[in-house]
Design a protein around this ligand. Sequence first.
Ligand SMILES: Cc1cc2nc3c(=O)[nH]c(=O)nc-3n(C[C@H](O)[C@H](O)[C@H](O)COP(=O)(O)OP(=O)(O)OC[C@H]3O[C@@H](n4cnc5c(N)ncnc54)[C@H](O)[C@@H]3O)c2cc1C
Length: 425
Amino acid sequence: MRRSIPLTPTPSGISADGGDGVAQRIVVLGAGFAGLWSAIGAARALDELGIGADRVEIVAIDMTAWHSIRVRNYEADLEGTRVSLDSVLGPIGVRRLEGEVTGVDVAGRTVAYAANGAPHSIAYDRLVFALGSRLAHPPIPGLATHAFDVDTHAAAERLNAHIAALPHRASSPGQSTVLVVGGGPTGIEAATEIPGKLRAAGIAAPRVILADHAPRIGADMGAGALPVIEEALAALGIEALGGVSVAAVDAEGATLATGERIAAATVVWCAGMQAHPLTAQFPVERDRLGRLPVEPSLKIKGLAAEFAAGDAAWFLVDGVHCSVMSCQHGRPMGRFAGHNVVCNLLDRPMLPLRIDWYTTILDLGPWGAVYTEGWDRQLVSQGSAAKRTKEIINRERIYPPRSGKRREILDSAGPTVQAPPVRFG
Ligand SMILES: Cc1cc2nc3c(=O)[nH]c(=O)nc-3n(C[C@H](O)[C@H](O)[C@H](O)COP(=O)(O)OP(=O)(O)OC[C@H]3O[C@@H](n4cnc5c(N)ncnc54)[C@H](O)[C@@H]3O)c2cc1C
């Protein structure tokens, strides 16, 4: 028995969107790796069941008009890395709303968002929360004002523009120095591209420092990958600085907890991720990263109509290991969330997501890459062989179809888990 979406309550000044005659509505928040694939997965499931938008409408809300391939934000040329959401959602009949989600009312089944400078709300029958994660900014003096990052497309473009303009600044001791803080995968990928970016800007003798709390940069990547990472950093002339704690950042560099000063006109913060703060609006206990606990169906534990996927959610992917904030997990979580949100709405059995493999393919700039497999990170390949795998992932495998063809787009989002990435060498 289908029910009608109730008209959204309209407190003064809030526009309503919900009484337009659509029988039921699925709202997807975010159109990143988890959200876009949720929306396509839901459209695919409805298409398979022969249900049109007159019976179940899918609405995707994102604050930009783009599907950002966030994993490429460390690259020197970001032109053309993103995909227009309309080119993917338009052909499959998903309604796109551009705006910033500002609240979720689980009891009232409504989402608040701001668009064109005005507050709006939209009612839902089923929700997929996929607003992702954000770079964590600890309260270090000067960090928010002076540090750069590669967390979003806009931030990454800002960093690249700043580096390109460095030679035109007044000369300073740290003009040719970039300090990257955070020696995890994002920091390593950001750092290994920076010598090339500095040289392209006309800085003949660049200095790049990669600093972390941990004594050895890259140790988290496993015993097999560690020497590969160290070799690549050395070959690229990057100084690995372990055991470092940044106490303050300013326009001319950073001060360490020891009082030592690193002169650097560019500080790039890559240390830690937190789930989107709106996860706090769900009446469930979140993990230490702020993520929502979900069933293998991607339905939020303990809630009736709300699903979550990607960096904003966690579950045990193989019954043992916790999902990782990654596009590797975000995309299948999205496809299954999309499929299952439709099944749940239409009272059909849902499919549990199980992922039995885990890989890490880390870009190491012009040196190549390193590919590990398994939760114990066994070395698979390195150098140019691993780089070929990385390029296929970043430029083909993780993209939605760009043909604009409805059938191709729908077929790309079935509730299945891909095979691990191809190996070379
Ligand atoms: C530089 C870098 C390199 C990475 N490399 C890898 C890698 O090699 N492999 C890997 O697996 N993972 C990698 N990751 C992690 C990966 O990018 C994330 O895990 C992934 O993007 C998570 O997908 P998501 O859909 O949950 O979130 P996101 O991709 O961040 O998408 C969230 C979406 O929500 C939108 N949004 C956010 N807040 C609001 C709001 N209030 N209102 C409306 N819209 C909003 C955003 O615009 C965005 O479109 C990397 C990350 C970075 C930054």
